[in-house]
Design a protein around this ligand. Structure first.
Ligand SMILES: NC(=O)c1ccc[n+]([C@@H]2O[C@H](COP(=O)([O-])OP(=O)(O)OC[C@H]3O[C@@H](n4cnc5c(N)ncnc54)[C@H](OP(=O)(O)O)[C@@H]3O)[C@@H](O)[C@H]2O)c1
Length: 290
């Protein structure tokens, strides 16, 4: 399978590097200074707080082209529109791997509905200059599946092929038949979580403010109640039923953990704010009035 990873940030870079190491025919698309840095040094990866930087010579391109079997788009939600325009001019299946609570329709309208697959990255980490610092895997993160699905929930040969390709590169990918509900469930908790972290000035600071965590839990519950479908994965229903005090304690513990600290939650960039704003808007547009 000839692959293009579109977006050379934290997650896209990790996907491209692991695919390359697994022997796949993969290129990484970047722009601006990131493109220049990748052309100079190749992909540079390091563990979250580790001293060793590994260079991986993944081929880098500045434009999408025809001839890819699969293009994996790994940008922020608010950056998707510009990407769609460039993808309308080339062929190939497109897997959107990012936060997105607006369903497949607006994507398919621009590039053709038959080309669209949805998913969400299982990778986590932060940018440190030109180096991507990936989050170390642990007992918990190893068990979290990376969902990928057809918009209509079918298990198709191309979906099986894509899931297998990610698995051979070390990602715990799984076919997910309810990808739209999965992404909306994600937005229901990721938006209040991200916005509360941003307002507090980082995950550890938020952990130190139980009142703010309580307010965040309240908003997450309100969002889950406003969903037209039950949460996916089903385990997220626990966020509606567990005692609030217990949830506040669990979130405070999580926010102090390396899993939270060495992830996008520690990124206070304008791109993070813009993505959260768009996800909130997309979520509201699909919410059920109660
Ligand atoms: N980081 C995490 O720990 C984590 C974990 C799970 C899920 N996620 C989610 O995964 C998605 C990707 O996150 P990320 O952390 O990888 O984001 P990121 O580090 O901001 O990477 C996005 C990359 O895409 C590039 N890009 C955007 N539009 C482009 C265009 N038109 N042409 C070429 N390149 C373009 C950006 O370039 P510029 O810098 O020039 O804009 C940036 O390099 C998001 O939805 C995020 O919420 C992140």
């Amino acid at each position: 399978m000839k692959l293009l990873v579109y977006g050379a940030g934290v997650c896209g870079t990790q996907f491209a590097a692991r695919m390359y190491e697994a022997g796949h025919d993969v290129s990484l698309l970047a722009r601006g200074e990131r493109l220049a840095a990748l052309r100079r040094h190749g992909v540079q990866l390091a563990e979250q707080d580790g001293p060793t930087v590994t260079r991986i010579p993944v081929p880098v391109v500045g434009q999408p082209d025809d001839g890819y079997d699969l293009i994996a788009v790994v940008v922020r939600s608010h950056q998707v529109d510009a990407v769609l325009e460039s993808l309308a001019r080339v062929e190939g299946d497109v897997l959107f791997l990012h936060g997105w609570a607006a369903g497949a329709h607006p994507l398919g309208e621009v590039i053709g509905p038959e080309r669209v697959l949805l998913g969400f990255p299982a990778a986590g980490g932060t940018m440190d200059g030109d180096v991507v610092r990936y989050r170390r895997t642990n007992f918990l993160t190893r068990r979290v599946a990376m969902p990928i699905g057809e918009p209509d929930g079918r298990t198709t040969p191309r979906l099986e092929r894509i899931v297998e390709t990610f698995r051979t590169a070390g990602f715990n990918a799984e076919a997910e038949p309810r990808m739209d509900a999965w992404l909306r469930t994600h937005a229901a908790f990721a938006v209040p979580l991200g916005q509360a972290v941003h307002a507090a000035g980082g995950p550890v600071r938020l952990a130190g403010d139980p009142e703010a965590v309580r307010g965040m839990v309240h908003t997450i519950r309100r969002n889950l109640d406003a969903m037209a479908t039950p949460p996916v994965p089903r385990a997220f229903a626990a966020l509606r039923t567990l005692p609030q005090g217990l949830l506040v304690a669990l979130f405070r513990r999580f926010l102090r953990s390396p899993t939270a600290v060495h992830s996008g939650l520690s990124d206070a960039s304008p791109a993070t704010v813009a993505e959260l704003d768009l996800l909130a808007e997309q979520f509201r547009a699909g919410a059920v009035a109660r």
